[in-house]
Design a protein around this ligand. Sequence first.
Ligand code: ZN
Length: 719
Amino acid sequence: MNSFLRTVTAAVAVSAALALILTAGGCSRGEETKPTAALAAKPDKINILLLTIDTLRTDHLGCYGNEIVETPEIDRIAAEGARFDFCVAHNTVTLPSHINILTGEDPRTHGVHDNTGFRLKPETVTIAEILHDADYGTGAFVAAFVLDSRYGIDQGFDLYDDYYGINRPGNPLISERPANEVVDPALQWIKGQGDKPWFAWIHVYDPHAPHQVAEPFARKFKDNLYAGEVSFVDLNFGKVFDYLRNSGKIDNTLIIITADHGEGLGDHGEDTHGIFAYNPTLWIPLIIRAPWSIPSGTVVERRVRHIDILPTILDTLAIEVPENKGGESLLAVAKTRAPGNAPDSYFEALSASFNRGWAPLRGVLHDNWKYIDLPLPELYDMAADFQEKSNLIESRAGTAASLRRILSQLREGEDDAFESRITESEETRQRLRNLGYLTGTNVIDKKTHGPHDDPKNLIGLSNRLDKGVSLATAGKWDEAEEVLTALIDEQPDMAIAYKHLAWVYTDSGRPQQAVELMDAAAKRGIGGNETLTGLAMALQEAGESRRSVEILEVIRQDNPDDIEILHYLAMGFGNLGEVAKSEDLFIQVLERDPSFLEARGNLGWLLLDGGREQEAMEQFNIALRQFPYHANSLHGKGLIYERFKRWDDAVAAYREALKADRKRYPAMLQLAIVLTRRGDFTEAIPLLEQFLKEAPAGKYPEERAGAQRLLSRLKQHGQ
Ligand SMILES: [Zn+2]
């Protein structure tokens, strides 16, 4: 992001914060909206529409004072209902934050502290389960891998649509789909509910990095794609609101709009989110439209929380709130606008502690104060300093001490996040030791941390990690290697840097180097199971599937339901030619998660290798119905067509595969071969040249030799 935009962002944030905190009841754009007293009659049946916008900074909505974005649809819903000016999340990463919303609990009780390494326990009750039991149709439509059903977040949904796909053309790294591809099936599902009351949760991911947006937004917001993405989301939400208005359903639908967390955009040195819990990421928008209960134009200044959303929905439907839910209904809060003091709010940001060994960040909001517990602790006055510029930890030592006490009371009885992360039996530990690995958990996980582990002193490393990843994504492997190696030298505990460096080695055709790197890390106990699975994958790439399977079999013991591990194991047995075992494991994975595209595609390839073309075709077709750009399946179909000498179909399938993933080099070669067979040399020659130019030598040695031979023959032929 360039400095001009950062200045604009900061200015907007300042004005929004000042307006929100200092102007009593004022709209941050300066237009006083007076609540109108008239309420609609309460309908018999009330639908619930929950919209969550990933990575949306509160100050990037028009109704919260932003003048760059175009969010007329959301702004209108806010004007017709209540805008909560100080809602806070409890986490600054996606999965825990959505679980907070859906369970009405924070991680102290539901135990999901990060995007990976945790799964929601079946016994934790979600809003979807409660509404399902109350005869609601329940549908979820999520846009990205982080909210995949494999994390247990699908509990209670009749339909959990996580068909976000992978390897989308032009965005090969992140498994996500744009807002229109989430909203369209959601709207179709809502329309199909007929007279039955429904609960629909729609999650969009567009504002999350990398920043890409469709036209005309890309052109219009070329200097601020983030704002363009938010505007694109608004346009798509408008389709849902239009339907509700036109069908007369809007006044019997409770509409809730929020974000899981914000985005740093450079504030406090944080470009994205997840490391800190300052207001750019912890402060989130909350808009509730409930015309039978909340007058239009309501603005609530009092601090509220994500965990209050579940009790608000249940209050609306007069359903009792289950025990252990910590929040309160916001209907009364919205009606009286500022009744009394806000309850305390716990928050945490532990990701960097799990994957980088940094000090864990936890904190509490109490009255006007925000306390952040770190080796270098921080205390801010939210009323006077919403920008968190002056740390009052020394000048207000007494206040800090009392907030520290409140935080430790809030954490009494909480499970140890580090221990709950990977439950590992003594037997597993022993078996890992026999393989030469210290243990599955991160043994470097320090119980005491010093200022050098404080994320404030390490945020630069985080930004460098992001840089290494984007260099690798752009195929600049040497530069990526340099950045990541330097990081590991400085921060040998930074497990996530090993994972990315191993990926650089593998993708650039040096799997043996990936094996050595991950092996050394696992022997020192860095990074736990993720490092061990990374090692197992590198071993498969390096042709050592036997060792890979050995490691996976051990860590599977304590993680029998971890479908990633089962999937890698299936691949390992496949490589070893143990087809029956491999097939059985793929089927187990797909029973647990039918939309696990990689597993489906790989099962197809296993069947194809065994000469079972019809069955393979079925698997590829299922995958392609879920996600039409699935390069692995398109490639597999090409091979099947080739076997049946359906050359035109084969050419078409390979072309589609390459359109979906232009780096799918074996499909490129295969296409050149079929074209040659059809006598289409003029197209085959440049394809072979492209293959030889781009396909990494270390990864495709035989294919390259074959391509070279074919190319020489074609060139001789042409002379
Ligand atoms: Zn998120």
